[in-house]
Ligand binder design. Sequence first.
Ligand SMILES: Cc1ncc(COP(=O)(O)O)c(C=O)c1O
Length: 456
Amino acid sequence: MTKLNTPILSGLMKLKDSDKIRFHMPGHKGHAVELYKPIIDNLLQLDFTEIDGTDNLYNTNGIIEESLKLLTKERGSKKSFYLTNGTTVGILAGIMALTKHKDKVLIARNCHKSVYNAIELNELVPIILEHESTDTGLEIPIAEEDFLKVLKKDRDIKMVILSRPNYFGLSRDIRELAKYCRENDVYLFVDEAHGSHLKYHEDLTINAMELGASLSVNSFHKTLPALTQTSVINFGHHMSDEDIARVLSMIEKLQTSSPSYIFMMSLELASAYMAEHGEERFEKLKSYVDNFYKSIEDLDFVFYPSFKKELEQDFSRIILQTTSPSIYLRHHLERHGIFIEMITKNIMVLITSPMDREEDFKALSKAIMSFNINDYKDFVTHEDIDSVSEDNRVSLRNSEGRKLKENIIIYPPGNIYLKKGDVIKSEDISYLMDLFENGVKVFTDFSKDLNNLYVE
Ligand SMILES: Cc1ncc(COP(=O)(O)O)c(C=O)c1O
């Protein structure tokens, strides 16, 4: 066959050879080949549509029904359901199905953009609680008392939405909040995108279903051996059948009408694998992570940050604080074939999973130990932002006092920093410019360009 013109395929084929060790999602880490062998060997033959014998995700009575029962048991929910369009669709569907036009919802500022999108689509009234951030960019989860204070004052709030754990693997207790919500007919929606794995080790925080949340969503692809875009939604035991049906029907409206069997099999495989090997794999992972932290204990340019004692930190999410901008160390690791999930100005986030191998952690500590900041003096961290200015378009630098017509998003994780309608303050400009100049990706959802923000 003549060589086809396939830039994505060619690009990824090249990348896969340099990206040797992955401390980023997806959680299969590119090498869960044995687990995926039946799918890999029969990829096209298994890529079915809804015919006799394949069941139908939106009207189950066969193999998918059976698979969902196993999933529900494993998740410890009243019902769990496969999402083949990621956690994003679960968040949109959960919020849009259980709220009505102009309902009030209470959210944490650093919610994922899908939460803000659901609010916009259903024309809800958000009450936004601000979270604390350290000066290195670590986001501190909001305490449940702060949610409770607002809820007790405003009895019209219909739903509370929060991310737990957050991108940095940080969680706080939400038992009292869950209890209050159950007793007062408020939905508690926990975005547990980063917590699919919580139940597999006693040192990990308790998951949302066990804590009594109304619903939760898990991105299996982030921390379990599952393909990108695969997630599940879980309903708490106190949720009514009618509410569950309403959300499932909304998923059917928002999600593809041809849910991928490859994705469903991936979700099923990941769940079955974790049921069988989850605890043993997480015990191993913990020892690898502990040994890794010990190995870099004496270095003075990188360290494990200290957290307030009321915060629980997921040991499987490696957090490193760097004394120089993290982008230098990230670049150094990439030169050694090690790719990580994300950086803020002085924090690096590495995602580990049950598929990581001991040698990956050894390679990571070896690469960190060989870092010398002097090798990176000439490294360019960013392209400059020009000072463009038109009536309704301004560059971030010139945007003080202007009202945004679009969201500004820090990516990853895809959290909204400023939302449509916010007036840009000089401290916002300094904060965002500082991130940008230190190699952190700052996106806009409309213009896609910090040079040309849409403003009123
Ligand atoms: C906190 C949080 N919620 C939701 C999502 C969306 O998840 P998905 O990529 O599975 O749609 C993300 C993605 O990064 C996230 O970080």
